[in-house]
Design a protein around this ligand. Sequence first.
Ligand SMILES: Nc1ncnc2c1ncn2[C@@H]1O[C@H](COP(=O)(O)OP(=O)(O)O)[C@@H](O)[C@H]1O
Ligand SMILES: [Mg+2]
Length: 144
Amino acid sequence: MQLDLGPQPVQGAQAMRALGRRLARQLHAGDVLALVGDLGAGKTTLVRGLCTALGVAADDVSSPTFALCNVYQGTSLQIAHMDLYRLESADDLAAAGLDEWLAAPDALCLIEWPEVARPVLPPTTLWLELTTVGNGRVVVQRQR
Ligand SMILES: Nc1ncnc2c1ncn2[C@@H]1O[C@H](COP(=O)(O)OP(=O)(O)O)[C@@H](O)[C@H]1O
Ligand SMILES: [Mg+2]
């Protein structure tokens, strides 16, 4: 699926949240969105915008760096927000509950630092790459 990512570059956190809201209109339960990008690239900011558009309070959305997985209840679906930065190998993925969330038909999976999970992510996974350019960010879709 080709995503509409809107105007680029994305200048400022507010515009990044707006991109998240734009993506929320294009995603459905069962989708997996992998967010590739360095620390500070705006992954969590994008997730915050996306989740608020689905009925989650903005304050509830936080980086799951230590929890591995935060679960939010949206208006019509559950959102599993994962951050796999601290995982060293695919063997540790069970700790994040990744398999269960990938199999959950009524959940949307949003994954920061997804590379370690690449072998187990479905071929339908939507890959976005976020890159810092000057004061803004460029967001592109990659074919895995
Ligand atoms: N498009 C953007 N332009 C400028 N700053 C941004 C943009 N998106 C996010 N930021 C800022 O970058 C910082 C890191 O954002 P964050 O979402 O935590 O990154 P990540 O989760 O990728 O580490 C925050 O201060 C955030 O406000
Ligand atoms: Mg983050």
